[in-house]
Design a protein around this ligand. Sequence first.
Ligand SMILES: *[C@@H]1O[C@H](CO)[C@@H](O)[C@H](O)[C@H]1NC(C)=O
Length: 242
Amino acid sequence: QYALIEYLTDSVLFGAMSTFDVYGMKNVNNQISSSHMCVVGRGKDFSSHNAAIAGWTVSPSEYGDSKTHFFTRWTVDGYKSTGCYDLKCDGFVPVQNAPTTPGDTLDHKNGKLKITIKIFKKKDDGDWWLYFGYDNQSLRAVGFWPKSIFNNMADHANLVEWGGYTFSNSGSASPAMGSGHWPGIHSAVVRDVRFVDDTGRGYKIDPWPGGLFASISHKKCYGAVLSVDEMFYYGGPGGCTM
Ligand SMILES: *[C@@H]1O[C@H](CO)[C@@H](O)[C@H](O)[C@H]1NC(C)=O
């Protein structure tokens, strides 16, 4: 189940960046609640979806606790058999002196934490780099996804998604997303939503919100609402059963 803001284009994207509020979440048992930015090279169908993802997640089955973790993920076949979370398979290459490591816990301090994530294809080496910071002035490299692992994203991306994703087993109610509140003043926010060029420079989506649109799987449980100033609200209480 998801509530996303998406941008799909026939032309060329080299990356994106944005700043997320980070929350803790209770009562996530055999479920997942995450918030992420996803840079995608879309193929003919979903099974050829290439994606590089980073964000925060509460996923007890993945991490063995109910803490909030910084995560990365990638795929080249729509999550069927390639790729993995964090450093659990070859693919994402972490660098030294990184500000965080994929899988690390994030201390959310009751929603006071913000993280800025930037993913872009660097002109020099052609690899997809991930930068991270606790504020948007001090972004540092976490690592990169080598261009050689991708096919539909080897040259550029054509889709970016920002927002929330939840998972629950069939028959069990889905967990909260974001802050657990519906889009609005109490909800989780993604701010400074920008595209990034191949030198790593962020640029505004002008005019805002341009071609961005909301894509929501279960409107009874979650929402995503574009706001002014490069910002959108998302989330909800959950409770939908697959
Ligand atoms: C960084 O954050 C400030 C304050 O929210 C904002 O005004 C500025 O546009 C942001 N810059 C980038 C590159 O996101």
